[in-house]
Design a protein around this ligand. Structure first.
Ligand code: HEM
Length: 233
């Protein structure tokens, strides 16, 4: 119905009237019985909802227990923009009298593959600056809570290295949790110049906290600076 009437400004009133008075011959031979008990105002409200379905509001209605829909691609505005996609789904079943329909709801947050150091949920022995993480000391960490790295097998770290350089470890669950991968950052003698370094990751055993741990024993702080990390399949 929404597809048929979306661009017709008169449809709302006409269809609401059909709900109240009944109709036949619009969709096929079977008539719809009248529903005077709902009245025109309530019928207009129901019709407004019908017409909102599948419109540009982004609502997607799927019936049944399974379904797929494509996540819209965020507009590329600025190279450095990080997006979060919030997916909310509610489900209402048909009920089975005397049991009323049951409803369930779930919200999932999907992050951009590029995660800024400033977006970390916790850190230790380093400083968060406008650009990212700086004054990084030995055995410091950035924690990113509740990451879903399913299918993620590669990462790139964007770093600058004016000091001695060191190693970044990706760990699952805790600072000394399962090692997913690591990368060595060599000294470059320039704090201002950021560069990307790639590493391979083992698949994480599920959703969980991700720790980026920085190591270079025997050095004070200033091992390196980290701007962001980007994940890929
Ligand atoms: C509150 C309950 C109901 C609402 C809100 C509702 C709503 C609608 C709407 C908006 C239309 C399309 C009108 C149009 O194209 O302009 C429609 C058509 C139809 N409905 Fe309903 N309906 C309800 C109950 C029922 C019931 C109980 C039946 C069956 C017993 C039914 C059978 C039909 C049929 C067969 C059509 C197509 C009629 C035609 O071709 O003209 N509807 N309904």
């Amino acid at each position: 119905m929404a597809n048929r009437y979306r661009d017709d400004p008169k449809a709302l009133d006409i269809s609401a009237k059909r709900i109240v008075e009944g109709s036949s011959g619009v969709w096929g031979e079977i008539p719809m019985v009248p529903h005077p008990q709902h009245g025109i105002e309530q019928s207009r409200q129901m019709m407004e909802w019908v017409l909102s379905l599948g419109s540009e509001s982004g609502d997607v209605v799927l019936s049944g227990l399974k379904g797929n829909f494509e996540v819209p691609r965020p507009e590329k505005k600025k190279e450095d923009v990080s997006h979060v996609l919030i997916l909310e789904a509610t489900y209402l079943d048909g009920g089975a009298p005397p049991i009323a329909p049951l409803t369930g709801a779930e919200t999932i947050r999907l992050r951009s593959p590029r995660v800024q150091a400033e977006a970390s949920t916790e850190h230790d022995k380093l400083v968060i600056t406008g650009r990212g993480a700086g004054s990084i000391a030995h055995n410091s960490f950035l924690k990113f809570a509740d990451m879903n790295l399913t299918g993620i097998r590669k990462a790139t770290v964007q770093v600058s290295s004016g000091g001695p350089g060191g190693r970044i470890e990706f760990r699952h669950g805790a600072i000394d949790g399962m090692l997913l991968g690591s990368v060595d950052i060599e000294p470059k003698g320039d704090w201002g110049k950021y560069f990307g370094k790639k590493l391979d990751l083992k698949s994480a055993p599920g959703r969980g906290d991700l720790f980026l741990r920085f190591l270079n024993d025997g050095v004070g702080n200033g091992i390196m600076n980290l701007d962001w990390v980007e994940f890929a399949r």
